[in-house]
Write a protein that binds this ligand. Structure first.
Ligand code: PAZ
Length: 321
């Protein structure tokens, strides 16, 4: 039997990024989830969502983080479920979560009241929801219950960059068993820089030592072994965020040339809720949300998911799946 290829990134991951203790258990869970849903004829998407925490000390007091709210990943998860997919949701702890995301800013105690109409004076009665405070709660609850009934969402949490990298590798290996039926939708905003464990101070950095100068290493480009070694038959989508719109498409094309995956969703920080470009080696599709769409509560993730599920279907057919 041919030996599995060990990329140098595998070595780096093992040496420089602490392995989460539950990684094997989570990998088995993901593999079983993918196997069962694929056997039932479903496609499976692994969504990554949210930012990563990069510790500056091993007994971490301080860390670097980024802007990502996790909204892209959370809302996409809902649209994938609506499109018949089973979803592994690899998300940053406390970032936005499918179905509850719309209510994340709501004070629950403002949204609930005692039935019977006279508020607190009838506090032994049943509690009911004030739908003015939680508009769309009935619709969200219905979608959530359907998802739960079908066991269509497997949530997996990470916080640090190390956890993210090891769990993504485990997910890729777990999903490799279902070949082209697997999609990777890598929407998380992952740090490009880190401090290796061997160079990290153990204790809190002391301000009495004066101004802090940091030297950080480049995070290994995990897309490379994911596409080449870990899940070579899967349909892989990466995301590219820039603040300078003039370099965005060129960088998206360069990523496709380098990693040879299927598509890049390109977006600019300030306009990401209303405009993205889905770039493939042959095509470039602009997806736009108009004012009318906003009025009708249409979200750009619905369009992204619709574009990519159609492309995935075609891909599976081309691969003979
Ligand atoms: O999480 P969010 O909804 O606030 O933002 C989504 C996003 C901008 C993180 C995502 O669309 C994206 O581009 N992720 C990749 C970022 C990168 O280039 O690393």
């Amino acid at each position: 039997m041919a030996k599995p290829r060990i990329s140098s990134i595998d070595g780096k991951l093992a040496e420089e990024f602490a392995v989460p203790s539950h990684v094997e258990e989570v990998k088995e869970k993901m593999a079983a989830f993918a196997r069962n849903h694929a056997a039932a004829g479903r496609r499976v998407v692994l969504i990554t969502s949210g930012g990563t925490k990069v510790p500056l000390e091993s007994r971490t007091v301080r860390f670097l983080d980024n802007f990502s709210s996790g909204r892209r990943g959370a809302s996409s998860a809902e649209y994938f479920v609506d499109s018949g997919y089973a979803v592994i949701f690899l998300h940053r702890h406390r970032s936005l979560y499918p179905y509850t995301r719309m209510f994340s800013n709501v004070n629950m105690l403002e949204a609930l009241k005692f039935s019977g109409g006279d508020g607190a004076s009838n506090s032994s009665g049943d509690v009911v929801v004030d739908q003015q405070v939680l508009p769309n709660i009935a619709k969200a609850l219905k979608r959530y219950q359907e998802m739960k009934e079908g066991k269509l969402l497997l949530p997996i949490e990470f916080s640090t960059l190390s956890e993210y990298l090891h769990l993504l590798k485990a997910a890729a290996q777990a999903l490799s068993t279902i070949g082209s039926k697997a999609m990777f939708y890598l929407a998380a905003a992952v740090s490009d820089f880190y401090i290796p464990a061997s160079e990290m101070p153990e204790h809190k950095i002391q301000s009495s030592n004066g101004p802090l100068q940091l030297s950080m290493n480049m995070v290994p480009k995990i897309l490379s072994p994911l596409v080449k070694d870990w899940a070579p038959q899967a349909f892989v989508i990466s995301f590219k965020l820039e603040t300078d719109a003039t370099i965005l498409l060129e960088k998206a094309r360069r990523a496709l040339d380098t990693y040879r995956h299927q598509a890049v969703v390109a977006n600019v920080l300030d306009s990401r809720r209303g405009y993205v470009v889905v770039v493939t080696p042959e095509t470039q599709a602009e997806l736009i949300i108009t004012d009318e769409d906003v009025k009708n509560e249409v979200e750009i993730e619905e369009r992204i998911v619709s574009n990519l599920t159609a492309a995935h279907k075609k891909f599976i057919t081309q691969q003979g799946g």
